[in-house]
Design a protein around this ligand. Structure first.
Ligand SMILES: [Zn+2]
Length: 74
């Protein structure tokens, strides 16, 4: 991760924790060049969950389509 202050790549993760019911990971970095600390928050599970909701929605409508076809065939 690039330092937010000086742009150096000489940074280290000093803390990493998952927050907000597992939808975000917050990482704390320390810059070896300027000695400052900064945080980053990644919304990793949030994006995956959103995609999953989309897929489930598609499956639900596919199920309705199958049901409609069954009614026609019967
Ligand atoms: Zn720095």
């Amino acid at each position: 991760m690039r330092c937010h202050y000086c742009g150096s790549y000489q940074t280290r993760v000093i803390d990493s924790r998952v927050i907000q019911d597992g939808t975000q990971r917050r990482r704390r970095y320390h810059c070896d060049d300027c000695g400052k600390r900064f945080n980053t928050a990644e919304r990793f599970a949030g994006a995956a969950k959103q995609k999953m909701d989309e897929i489930l929605e598609l499956l639900a409508s596919a199920e309705k389509a199958v049901q409609a076809i069954r009614e026609i065939v019967q």
